[in-house]
Design a binder for this molecule. Structure first.
Ligand SMILES: Cc1cc2nc3c(=O)[nH]c(=O)nc-3n(C[C@H](O)[C@H](O)[C@H](O)COP(=O)(O)O)c2cc1C
Length: 333
């Protein structure tokens, strides 16, 4: 449902609530911003208003509410750090947003070279020299010049519409699917609005990789296998998981982007709205392609999961589910 609010006509409380909701529809990561107060005590607060600002010079910003008990300390600190939390650190996020007296007491942390607290296990941290504190309505903007930073490939915590998001959903879903015969990986590859298909004796199919033992290696193996077929692709989110129509492998289809290049004769790019759906042999792949067409139109992606217990649900990122049969016509099922 769409709701338009004109900022100068709406009742203030109503407008604040609506604006908070509208802002909340921007998915973010979660950070804890840390510093030392005038007495040298470690201080910090949870923030999702973090934004990268500049590479050269290296700048970032984070917004702090003027209502914060830490306003005076953060407005005058010469240094602060931004710690990007991992998906195992929800508790830390909640602790640093709560009124807990000493947020650091139950948190594992250490000092940066510049003497600012760093949260152990963060996905990334940026140790900053305060560049500017800018007055901005009911917040101040802390602009930091990055002195030191570090990052890892741990999975970040994500936040949308007032809830933490489970970016591990794809892996969890994949693990919940029976892996009895290994994993067959495939790519739903986009090349400037066109989808790559391969001609097989049974009809058109998605480009597939080798059978693998498990989920973790599957994506890397797919990219290597595609490269061997002359397809330079970068795969991203897991798009669909289902048990094979015949045989005993689990199929995993990753969404990805590919570079435009000369293709082997049995490969062809089709415009998203002009896919040869009637000539796709595997019904699940036909369903995936129909869903892709629909999502391209809605510019929205989900994750399809089919296992023994769960007869095919499409999990949007906010976990609402749509049955896969929605994307298959009656004659096709
Ligand atoms: C996910 C999440 C994101 C938040 N982002 C911000 C933010 O960007 N800026 C801010 O001032 N407060 C933010 N808050 C609220 C503060 O963390 C919280 O109000 C603050 O820590 C309260 O304590 P204080 O008054 O001692 O600062 C966020 C809270 C949560 C749970």
């Amino acid at each position: 449902m769409e709701r338009t609010v004109t900022t100068d006509s709406a009742n203030t409380e109503d407008r604040r609530r609506a604006l908070r909701q509208a802002f909340g529809s921007f998915a973010t990561g979660v950070t804890v911003v840390t510093a030392r107060d005038g007495q040298g005590a470690a201080i910090g607060f949870t923030a999702n208003s973090f934004t990268s600002v500049s590479l050269d010079p290296p700048l970032l910003l984070v917004c702090l509410a003027k209502s914060s008990s830490n306003l005076a300390s953060f407005s005058s600190t010469p240094r602060f750090a931004v710690n990007i939390l991992s998906d195992a650190q929800k508790e830390i996020s909640n602790r640093f947003a709560s009124k807990t007296a000493d947020r650091f007491a139950e948190t594992e942390w250490r000092d940066s070279a510049g003497g600012v607290p760093l949260i152990d296990g963060a996905v990334a941290w940026f140790d900053c020299i305060t560049d500017n504190v800018i007055d901005a309505g009911d917040h101040v903007i802390l602009l930091g010049r990055i002195a030191d930073f570090s990052h890892s490939d741990a999975r970040p915590l994500a936040y949308l519409r007032g809830h933490y998001l489970d970016l591990g959903l794809a892996e969890a879903a994949a693990d919940s699917v029976s892996h009895h015969g290994g994993v067959r990986v495939g790519g739903l590859l986009d090349c400037m609005g066109q989808v790559l298909l391969r001609k097989t004796p049974d009809g058109w199919a998605l480009p597939m990789g080798d059978v693998r033992a498990g989920f973790r290696e599957a994506r890397a193996a797919l990219e290597t296998s595609l490269a061997g077929q002359g397809i330079a692709a970068e795969t991203g989110l897991l798009y669909s998981v289902f048990d094979a129509p015949s045989g005993n492998a689990t199929w995993m289809i990753f969404h990805g982007e590919m570079e435009h290049a000369a293709l082997e004769p049995d490969l062809r790019l089709f415009p998203v709205d002009d896919l040869p759906l009637q000539e796709i042999a595997v019904p699940q792949i036909r369903s995936i392609l129909r869903r892709y067409q629909s999502e391209i139109r809605q510019a929205r992606f989900g994750l399809y999961v089919d296992d023994a217990r769960n007869s095919g649900q499409i999990h949007a990122i906010d976990q609402r589910a749509t049955p896969w049969t929605k994307f298959i016509t009656e004659q096709e099922s």
